[in-house]
Structure formats: structure tokens, C-alpha cells
Design a protein around this ligand. Structure first.
Ligand code: ZN
Length: 167
């Protein structure tokens, strides 16, 4: 191989010399940027590498934080509706999930947050979702939007259902 800068017979590597690819030996390597080594900071390739690294980091963080369960905001309405759909009294539900009736009244009114254990028992017995995964990644933003939209729809649904129940 021959250095394209000075013509010396030497092992060469591809280098970027002001936008032109040249085969340079160690003698003239300082005049260009090696093309086969990590991209220099600030170059387009370096930015891409950084983005890829960041995406990987965010993904692994989401997976980690995805283990966190959080009680849904409208847990009371969900429990009441599911219980009424099954035609269960507070006493019947209380027997199934080992909860006291006054406790269930407060929970359905949203005045008392059920413990995770109680919420899980109610999820099982009523076939509803009370605990949702929370994470802070990009998926969480979409999840939050979905949650907000679902809540708005549910409020209208609640109003309709209440109106129909009163008839
Ligand atoms: Zn040279």
C-alpha cells in the first residue's frame, strides 16, 4: 500500500481528509480522520451513536420501572360498576374479598384507597383492572394520554349510566 498523501510505501487506512476519502499511512494520518474508528464527537455519526445509546438506556429504564403498580384514579367507580353489574351487595363483595362493608362504601366513594392486596383481590373477583403499571419512558406518555382519554370517556359513560339507572 502507498500513502496517498506523501507516496511512502506503508500500511494505510481509509481517512476522511476534508470530505475526501484517502488512504493514509501513519506518516500522514494526522491530516485526516480515520473512517474505521469511532466517529469524532460532534459529527453526524457521533450524534446517531449517542441517540442509539440513549434509546437503549431509556428502554432498559422503562422495563425496570414498569414493575411499579399504581392504583387507577377512578378505582371507586370501577369497583362499584363491576359490583353492580354482578348484582352483588356490599356484603357479598365484602365476603369475597375479605373487606368490611363500611370500608367498601368509602372505597367506592373514592374516599379510601384500598391496599394493594385488597385491590388485587377485587381485581380477581370483579374481573377489573385497579392497578396499572407506571413507567417514565416514552410508552408512559402514550399510556398517560390513553388514561386521560379513557377517563374523559368514562365520565360521560358514568353520566349516561347513572341517567339510565334512575329510569
Ligand atoms: Zn504519508
Amino acid at each position: 500500500m502507498e500513502c496517498e498523501m506523501c507516496g511512502k510505501s506503508i500500511a494505510t487506512r481509509r481517512h476522511d481528509v476534508s470530505g475526501t476519502v484517502m488512504n493514509l499511512g501513519a506518516c500522514c494520518a494526522k491530516y485526516g480522520t480515520p473512517l474505521d474508528s469511532p466517529a469524532p464527537a460532534g459529527s453526524k455519526a457521533a450524534v446517531t451513536q449517542n441517540l442509539e445509546r440513549r434509546a437503549t438506556r431509556m428502554t432498559s429504564r422503562s422495563v425496570y420501572e414498569g414493575d411499579t403498580l399504581d392504583l387507577v384514579d377512578d378505582f371507586g367507580a370501577r369497583i362499584r360498576k363491576a359490583r353492580e353489574r354482578r348484582g352483588w351487595s356490599h356484603e357479598q363483595l365484602g365476603n369475597k374479598v375479605s373487606a368490611r362493608v363500611p370500608q367498601l362504601h368509602k372505597i367506592e366513594a373514592g374516599q379510601l384507597r384500598p391496599s394493594d392486596d385488597l385491590a388485587k383481590r377485587m381485581e380477581r373477583e370483579l374481573g377489573i383492572t385497579l392497578l396499572e403499571k407506571v413507567d417514565a419512558g416514552p410508552a408512559a406518555v402514550a399510556g398517560q394520554n390513553k388514561k386521560a382519554g379513557g377517563k374523559a370517556g368514562l365520565t360521560i359513560g358514568d353520566l349516561l349510566k347513572d341517567a339510565m339507572d334512575k329510569k
